[in-house]
Design a protein around this ligand. Structure first.
Ligand SMILES: [Zn+2]
Length: 79
């Protein structure tokens, strides 16, 4: 099987392969907290501990609650 499975630590800057709630584990400056990261997004760096932060999948989310359908604008070709 490929992809992240629950329990895997993920690094900031890595491509998220699974939309879900991720636990953010910081060095020492703050407690862990959860964030929603969507597939094809990059895991963010922390402003304080930078690359030392780790992400761990807590709960998979198939349909992000705040996903908005983006309208694709057709480019007018000329005129
Ligand atoms: Zn941090």
């Amino acid at each position: 099987m490929e992809g992240a499975s629950p329990g895997d630590d993920l690094l900031p800057g890595a491509l998220c392969g699974q939309s879900g709630i991720y636990q953010v584990i910081h060095r020492a400056h703050r407690v862990t907290h959860n964030v929603l990261v969507r597939a094809r997004e990059l895991f963010p760096r922390c402003k304080v501990c930078g690359d030392a932060v780790r992400f761990r999948l807590v709960k998979q989310v198939s349909q992000p609650p705040f996903m908005r359908a983006k309208r694709v604008r057709k480019k007018s070709a000329g005129r």
